[in-house]
Every structure is written in C-alpha cells, then in structure tokens.
Design a protein around this ligand. Structure first.
Ligand SMILES: O=C(O)CCC(=O)C(=O)O
Length: 237
C-alpha cells in the first residue's frame, strides 16, 4: 500500500513537501523516459527551448501519449494523493503537465511557486526520470514557505519582501532516485538546481486538485483521476 501515514500527511502539511516511499516501477519509468528523449530529439511540439535553442521542456504530456495518463493513474501516485486530497480528485491539464530536461550548466532556475494563492493551491507531483543529485541539480525547496501569503509566483528573488527576508537562503536540496516521486504543496518556494555535470537529467510534473464541490462539474482542462465529480452547492432546489 502506498497510502500515506498520518505522520507523513502532517509532515507534508507542515513542511510543504514530502518524498514518497514508493517509486514508479522500472518498466513504466523506462518507457516514459525513452519516449521523452525521443520527443526531445525529434522536437515533437509543443516544445520549449532555452535561450541557447536547446529543447528543455515537452508540454502537454497528457495530450501527447497515453503513457502519461497511465503513469499518473498508477497506485504509487493515486494512493498517496488520496491521502492528501480525499477520494475525488482531478489532474490539471493547463498547469505543468510537462517533462523538463535540466541540461548541463544551464543558467540557474529562479525560485517560484506554482500558483498565486492558497485557497486553490495544487498538490504537485514531480517524478524524476533519472537520479537527481547535488551535482546534477536536484530540486531545492524552502521548507514551510507555502505558508507565506499570496504573492506573484515567479522569480521570487526579484520580490523585495522575499529577497530581504532571508527565506531563500533556507533552501534545502532534495536528491531523488530514478522513479522517485516528490510531492509538493504548489505554494512552497522551489527551483531546479544548477546542473554542474556534463549530463542532463529529466523530470515530469503534474498538478492535482480535489474536485471543487462548488464548481460546475465538467471542465475540459481537468481530467478526473479518482472518484467522481461530487457537487456540494446548495442552489439545487
Ligand atoms: O525538476 C525539478 O527539479 C522541478 C520541476 C518543476 O519545478 C516544474 O516542473 O515546474
């Protein structure tokens, strides 16, 4: 069982991130990674490039190949998410839903949040398709920073309140094995580390919400992963 213990749930809520115990199985992991490298090599659109013209991101993963949906429906993903989000939850098609390559000595990523505000934060899952280490730029997070109020989510180094607060200097590296899954509160400050090796490393990222019980049930930007679209509005009769 990959469900979280109450202690893990509490640690996640407190720190804003948690390393999951069970990795994506090897066979599925290899299939996803091979497909990722193939699409990068052939520049299968939509692709994002770095300023040097190197492809570094494959967008719209769920729309590119059914294997990505298979990966996020795997019990090692669904069970821990159920512990955090309850039985009814969706994946978001228009945030993340991508693969990221962290190539050698790329310019440092900026600290960011995945969205602005806590009332509709996401649970983000980062799956490492290759091992991440201090040398090749593992993810860095600032524990507890998800509790900061709503702010513009990108380039936090440029926000005067944050730059002067000493918070960003409290970041910790999170090395992960191949197939490892890191779950983060989308508001926790995080960034990709600088890769000082000659190799690259790849990850894929997806965001999830509990079903919004007060929203109209069907939204094409969301994909129901578990349970059903329960409606709790009191405007029905
Ligand atoms: O690969 C990583 O270290 C982090 C990925 C990330 O932050 C993202 O995909 O938005």
């Amino acid at each position: 069982m990959a469900e979280l213990t109450p202690e893990e749930v509490r640690l996640f809520r407190h720190n804003g991130f948690l390393q999951l115990r069970d990795p994506l199985p090897d066979e599925l992991l290899c299939e996803v990674r091979d497909l990722g490298y193939d699409h990068l090599a052939r520049e299968v659109e939509p692709v994002v490039k770095d300023p040097d013209g190197r492809p570094i991101r494959l967008s719209k993963a769920l729309e590119r190949d059914p294997i990505f949906e298979r990966a996020i429906r795997h019990p090692v993903v669904i069970e821990p998410l159920s512990s955090l989000l309850g039985p009814n939850f969706v994946a978001i098609r228009n945030r993340h839903n991508h693969l990221t390559l962290n190539p050698s000595r790329v310019r440092p990523d900026a600290f960011h949040r995945d969205n602005r505000q806590w009332t509709r934060s996401l649970v983000t899952i980062i799956c490492y398709l290759e091992p991440t280490t201090l040398e090749n730029g593992c993810t860095r997070v600032v524990p507890g920073s998800h509790l900061w109020p709503g702010i513009e989510p990108s380039r936090l180094e440029e926000d005067a309140r944050i730059a002067g607060s000493g918070l960003l200097e409290q970041d910790v590296p999170v090395p992960m094995p191949a197939g490892g899954l890191l779950v983060i509160d989308s508001l926790v400050f995080h960034r990709i580390g600088t890769n000082r090796t000659e190799d690259s490393r790849m990850s894929m990222t997806f965001g999830f919400h509990a079903v919004d019980e007060f929203a109209a049930p069907y939204d094409p930007k969301r994909l129901l992963i578990s349970g059903s679209y329960t409606y709790g509005g009191n405007d029905r009769a």
